[in-house]
Design a protein around this ligand. Structure first.
Ligand SMILES: [Fe+2]
Ligand SMILES: [Fe+2]
Length: 211
């Protein structure tokens, strides 16, 4: 990735410090939502295998990625148990739903958008894991250090597939990346009423709400 891009991850803006500060005080929510993110990452990879399964190299790479994400999911569940944190149902972040609104319905643009969005989500996860390492207690910090490397690999894989598809289909990958990266960075830098792994910084309490 271009080292000039935010944090070297191909992102249009870094995660605000206020999100990291909130994360350190919301470990239980962070870990439960993180487990959901790993599950969703596996599901995204499997969905792409179904949508574009005619290419064997693509299918094999995504099958491997999906297995790795499920392994991460199992590891987060182990961490939850180790930390004595009970699983609970959480509403999804606004992040993935809003990103999906930037995805075209018609091919070949749709495939490029899906791959760019997947790469951006992996890149943001990588950036946040790396930033959390110094802010969270071990063993969470050690685990997150190992995950940062894996998610960087996933981001690059999706980005490489995006570039190859764009070249084959005559689409402008760089311009498309920039469009979606700006959408993504807006979602993680604008104040967010709900704390999640991919949320924005905490929104100030609404006027009239209890202190
Ligand atoms: Fe993962
Ligand atoms: Fe990943």
């Amino acid at each position: 990735m271009n080292a000039g891009e935010a944090g070297g991850f191909g992102l249009a803006a870094p995660t605000p410090e206020a999100w990291f500060a909130a994360a350190a005080g919301k470990l239980a929510t962070l870990l439960v939502d993180h487990a959901n993110c790993e599950k969703k990452a596996a599901s995204t990879a499997v969905g792409l295998m179904f949508a574009y399964g005619e290419e064997l190299d693509f299918g094999r790479a995504l099958a491997r990625l999906a297995r790795e994400e499920l392994r991460h999911y199992e590891q987060v569940l182990g961490l939850l148990r180790g930390q004595g944190i009970a699983w609970r149902r959480l509403s999804p972040a606004r992040y993935a739903g809003e990103l999906r609104r930037g995805v075209a319905h018609a091919e070949p643009q749709r495939r490029l958008d899906l791959l760019c969005v997947a790469a951006l989500i992996e890149a943001r996860s990588c950036e946040r894991f790396a930033g959390l390492v110094t802010r969270l207690p071990a063993p969470v910090a050690d685990f997150y250090a190992s995950l940062a490397a894996a998610e960087a690999r996933h981001a690059q894989l999706y980005r490489d597939f995006a570039a190859a598809h764009a070249a084959a289909a005559g689409l402008d990958c760089a311009a498309n990346w920039q469009r979606l990266a700006l959408l993504e960075s807006g979602l993680v830098t604008r104040p967010d009423p709900e704390f999640r792994f991919h949320s924005g910084p905490p929104a100030p309490p609404a006027a009239g709400s209890p202190a």
